[in-house]
Write a protein that binds this ligand. Structure first.
Ligand code: GLN
Length: 483
């Protein structure tokens, strides 16, 4: 039963082949047996899960239907869950029980999804390896000595290991797409404003966006349907109708214009990944797509711009964790300054402290114009590059990451080496565009992802292209040995 996708689960539940309660029990037992190897969960919510599963079974018995009714999922541990620890992977929030549900959590619960638990993540979503969590590193089910990617690494490892069919993640600079690529999943970062950020603990507010991680595009469509929509509680949420994503999956790729940026294939890209990306292009050409080389000339400035803007916003967002209102408080402070200093010094890990320092520096008087303002100007140039490209093509295609999953600890002493792994993903966040990563093959037994980008609100187009590709390839069906 653990091999079933969300779509298959929906059919099985509708046909009464099994109940949500039966399925939930099977998956909880599997998590108990296998997760100690992976460390993909921070908290399990067995009682809540069984209660939600029984309620979903009753709703189905009363004639209700819906693809998420009775479907087991998990939430990245930065979505607030009422009465349940919401740690954000940090000692700072180790004792924090959220007083309300995030909009995404509430919407999925209302659709009948069953929450199995809260997944591990990089501390405050800062990272690309899931090694900065206070709760320890997450392991990649494809090779337990390798990282699963981050920061939604717990969600990715759990879904890839078939502990559950799908999970939520968030993507500020690649944290859905990059772990999806490194664990052989399909992951979608929606258009900025498509999914509510209310109750999603903020890292960099102008970049953060929640989205689905699953094995197939079909399942991402189902989960996104439950997450997307206008929310008056989030002032950057966009009041656009949500299309039927599953209905967009049947479109032919005949005549689809795919742009492949020449800048994507420069130094730093593993040539074996480049070859797999070219193979995926050939596959899409067979399905009728027309391929064209394009240029994104400002891409080289994306990493420096992102690593000014994201830490700047983080330094502001994380100032609320001061040991007074909520979160960790140091023992026996001698005065107020000591309370602030030690609560923050002891509560935040080294990567978070590094980002706060960089961000506070970039925003400080005298440096604001030189760093923050400059980075915002680059951000606009990057967006303009995309707008020009989308005048010529329908989809932009390239690698999701320059390398496959690296060994645990390999980049610990060099933060910049880890930042460089985000080179292909962060531009979509800077521009607010939707992006998807899907499985495209293996290098040394480790998965490789291909990234697709589309114009604003064209999530349906991304999902359809990925679905058509998955109907004709079997990379996404491969299962890691031992799981
Ligand atoms: N790796 C990037 C960072 O550390 C992106 C993280 C994310 O998307 N949350 O900032």
């Amino acid at each position: 039963m653990h091999q079933l996708t969300l779509a298959e689960i929906a059919r099985g539940l509708a046909d009464k082949k099994f109940s949500s309660e039966e399925l939930t029990k099977v998956l909880l037992a599997r998590i108990a047996q296998l997760d100690p190897q992976l460390n993909s969960f921070i908290s399990l919510t067995e009682e809540l899960a069984l209660q939600q599963a029984k309620a979903a079974d009753v709703r189905r018995a009363n004639g209700e239907s819906g693809a998420l009714l009775g479907a087991p999922i998990a939430h990245k541990d930065l979505f607030c869950t009422q009465g349940i620890r919401t740690s954000c992977g940090s000692k700072m929030l180790d004792n924090f029980k959220a007083p309300y549900d995030a909009t995404v959590v509430a919407k999925l619960a209302a659709a009948g999804a069953v929450t199995l638990g809260k997944t591990n993540m990089d501390e405050f979503a800062m990272g690309s390896a899931n090694e900065s969590s206070y709760y320890g590193a997450v392991k990649n089910p494809w090779n337990l000595e390798h990282v699963p990617g981050g920061s939604s690494g717990g969600s990715a490892a759990a879904v890839a290991a078939r502990l559950l069919p799908a999970a939520t993640g968030t993507d500020t600079g690649g944290s859905i797409r990059q772990p999806a690529a490194l664990t052989n999943l399909t992951g979608l970062k929606p258009t900025y404003g498509r999914v509510s950020r209310w109750g999603m603990i903020a890292y960099a507010s102008s970049l953060d966006q929640g989205g689905p991680l699953a094995r197939t595009a079909e399942d991402c469509a189902i989960l996104l349907q439950g997450m997307a929509g206008f929310d008056p509680n989030d002032s950057t949420s966009i009041d656009e109708p949500v299309p039927d994503y599953s209905a967009s999956l049947g479109t032919s790729l005949q005549g689809l214009r795919i742009g492949v940026p020449k800048e994507y294939f420069g130094a730093g890209l593993d040539p074996r990944i480049a070859e797999l990306i070219h193979n995926s292009v050939k596959e899409l050409e067979k399905l009728g797509a027309v391929v064209k080389e394009i240029s994104l000339p400002n891409m080289q400035h994306a990493i420096p711009a992102y690593y000014v803007i994201a830490p700047a916003e983080a330094s502001s967002n994380l100032s609320r964790f001061d040991g007074v209102r909520f979160g960790y408080r140091c023992e026996n402070p001698v005065n107020l300054i000591d309370l602030y200093k030690r609560s923050r010094g002891e509560g935040f890990g080294p990567e978070v402290q590094r980002r706060i320092m960089v961000g506070a520096y970039a925003l400080s008087a005298g440096y604001y114009d030189a760093y923050y303002l400059k980075a915002q100007k680059i951000r606009r140039l990057i967006k303009n590059d995309f707008m020009a490209a989308f005048n010529e093509v329908d989809i932009i295609l390239g690698p999701t990451t320059p390398n496959p999953a690296w060994k645990l600890g390999a980049k610990n002493s060099d933060p910049v080496a880890a930042y460089l792994e985000d080179v292909y993903t962060i531009t979509a966040n800077l521009a607010g565009l939707p992006g998807l990563s899907m499985p495209a093959g293996f290098v040394d037994g480790l998965p490789v992802g291909v990234q697709l980008l589309a114009p604003y609100f064209q999530e349906g187009r991304l999902l359809n292209v990925a679905h058509q590709y998955q109907l004709n390839t079997d990379w996404h069906t491969r299962t890691p040995t031992g799981f």
